[in-house]
Design a protein around this ligand. Structure first.
Ligand code: 3SL
Length: 233
């Protein structure tokens, strides 16, 4: 029986022995939700970076660039980290280089895995279906906030575990995530409105992104990282 586990913070990834496993990286607010939105709106591929300088340097290779730090768009980049900015015909066929506070760092820290997929509520059931077909051992890697676990990524881990009862839980983090999801599933948006990150985003005037990122199955696509590029599976 294949196993499933939840890593609550990228800082803990070294404990998970990722070789041979499928890792699903999740940053509900908002990095992985933006990646799914961008590819669904015709972006050819996305390259994730964990630092601003390398990401900015991709402009010279014809990439559009996106950068977020502490919720804000970084000056000099084409985009920040709002999914709505990628619902734009101008991104069709384009390549994007992206760096965010936690999400892209979590992707980089997952690089020892056999395969890396991108998860969000927006492509929830496509992710579950892909996991089912691979039958690999799976780790759901939560991007968290500066190393500290967060509720929104853990919630996503919980719903994925609920959708995959045939996978054997590898640690009690699965039980924690599933219990959290069961407590929140009647009103997930109301639940995450209580989180510190939503409060942080609200202080920046960001509200619409939150409700959108909590919508399920808007884009039935699976994204995988192939040779460093995030693209449709
Ligand atoms: O940390 C990240 O990767 C971002 O998704 C955070 S924010 O929602 O853009 O503030």
């Amino acid at each position: 029986m294949a196993t499933i586990d939840v890593c609550l913070s990228p800082e803990l990834l070294p404990l998970y022995h990722l070789e041979g496993k499928l890792v699903i990286v999740v940053d509900i607010l908002r990095a992985t939700s933006c990646m799914v939105t961008a590819i669904a709106h015709g972006v050819d591929h996305i390259i994730p970076f964990d630092n601003l300088e390398e990401c900015a340097g991709m402009k010279a290779q014809g990439y559009l660039t996106a950068a977020e730090r502490d919720g804000k768009q970084v000056e000099g980049f084409d985009f920040g980290n709002s999914p709505f900015t990628f619902m734009n015909p101008e991104v069709e066929g384009k390549k994007i280089a992206v760096t965010t506070t936690n999400g892209t760092a979590c992707i980089k820290k997952s690089e020892g895995a056999k395969e890396i997929g991108i998860g969000s509520f927006l492509n929830l059931r496509a992710v579950a279906a892909y996991i089912r077909t691979t039958k690999s051992d799976v780790v759901i890697a939560c991007s968290a906030w500066k190393g500290k676990p967060n509720a929104e990524d853990t919630l996503f881990a919980g719903v994925l575990i609920e959708l995959l009862p045939e996978f054997e839980p590898e640690s009690d983090n699965c039980l924690l995530a599933l219990t959290l999801w069961k407590a929140a599933k009647e009103n997930p948006v109301g639940f995450i409105n209580e989180t510190t990150h939503v409060k942080r985003l609200h202080k920046l005037g960001i509200t619409d992104d939150i409700e959108f990122c909590m919508k399920q199955d808007v884009y039935p696509i699976m994204l995988l990282i192939k040779e460093g590029q995030i693209q449709k599976a």
